[in-house]
Write a protein that binds this ligand. Structure first.
Ligand code: NDP
Ligand code: AKG
Length: 262
């Protein structure tokens, strides 16, 4: 991103707003690194509150411990959530009493692999997505929930932190089972929201403090959830359909307002 910004600026003058995801020293936004995981945490909080539950006291299973998964795990742990199983390519681990996420981060940052972490036992990777838990967070790949494993999912809530982790067949199976799926289009939007904040800061020529970035992100995630919820209520549909309907309606409304007829 730094190179793209630099090349573009050579031809058009200093243009930091031309691309987002830049290093902080070149006009990137504070809070962008954690933004997707933080947005996932805010989305989870909003969804659970709807069901009279909270992160604290709930159990979580997380697939993927990269940017999204590791930030989501840390922030959920900070909020009192119990991460009971977690996996990446190097291994899959579990601890019924809750994994000490800061200790696991330290282990990983020192070059250790998940399977060698002393605070948990190694488990079979194929059991991760169907492990007993309140909330399942796929934070790795698309298509991991499919017709093969969806019937065995035990989570009550799935937060789609990765892009399209649930394929359409699995979506149908999970809905029939009563599993609540929070769609990726909303759940993992924290990254693109803070990229938007980066653009806003660049065109303002003013850098926000991280606290402001996080506070604005919280506001956006909460109000988006309320809007999706209202759409689901008025259309009697699930969260994925509610989120899509909201998005498509906004584009349609803007198109008509600009003078284009449907
Ligand atoms: N980063 C962002 O801002 C955003 C990301 N997303 C989506 O979130 C998902 C994750 O992105 P991000 O965290 O940035 O990516 P990273 O590359 O940082 O992390 C991916 C993680 O998934 C793990 N992984 C890969 N394959 C498997 C597998 N077969 N089983 C278990 N774990 C696996 C990787 O393990 P290992 O480290 O061992 O390779 C790694 O821990 C993607 O779908 C991405 O599109 C969506 C919105 C924004
Ligand atoms: O950084 C961004 O602007 C968006 C990132 C994102 O949505 C993704 O990686 O899927």
């Amino acid at each position: 991103m730094a190179w793209i910004f630099d090349e573009y600026s050579k031809f058009h003058g200093h243009s930091p707003a031309v691309v987002t995801g830049k290093p902080i020293d070149l006009g990137g936004s504070l809070g962008r690194d954690a933004a997707t995981g933080r947005g996932v945490m805010y989305a989870t909080e909003a969804l659970l509150a709807e069901y009279g539950k909270s992160i604290s006291g709930s159990t979580f299973v997380i697939q993927g411990f990269g940017n999204v998964g590791s930030w989501a795990a840390q922030l959920i742990h900070e909020k009192g959530g119990k991460v009971i199983a977690l996996g990446d390519v190097s291994g899959t681990i579990r601890n019924k009493a809750g994994i000490d996420v800061p200790a696991l981060m330290k282990h990983r940052n020192e070059g250790g692999q998940l399977k060698d972490f002393h605070g948990a036992e190694v488990m079979d990777a194929s059991e991760l997505l169907v492990h007993e838990c309140d909330v399942l967070l796929p934070c790795a790949l698309g298509g991991v929930l499919n017709r093969e494993n969806a019937p065995d999912v035990k989570a009550k809530f799935i937060i789609e932190a990765a892009n399209h982790p649930t394929d359409p067949e699995a979506d149908e199976i999970l809905t029939k089972k009563g599993v609540v799926v929070l769609p990726d289009i909303y759940a993992n939007a924290g990254g693109v929201i803070v990229s938007y904040f980066e653009w806003v800061q660049n065109i303002q020529g003013f850098m926000w403090e991280e606290e402001k970035v996080n506070m604005e992100l919280h506001k956006y995630m909460n109000s988006a959830f309320q809007n999706i919820k209202a759409m689901c209520k008025s259309q009697d549909c699930n969260l994925r359909m509610g989120a899509f309907t909201l998005g498509v309606n906004r584009v349609a409304r803007a198109t008509i307002l600009r003078g284009w007829e449907a």
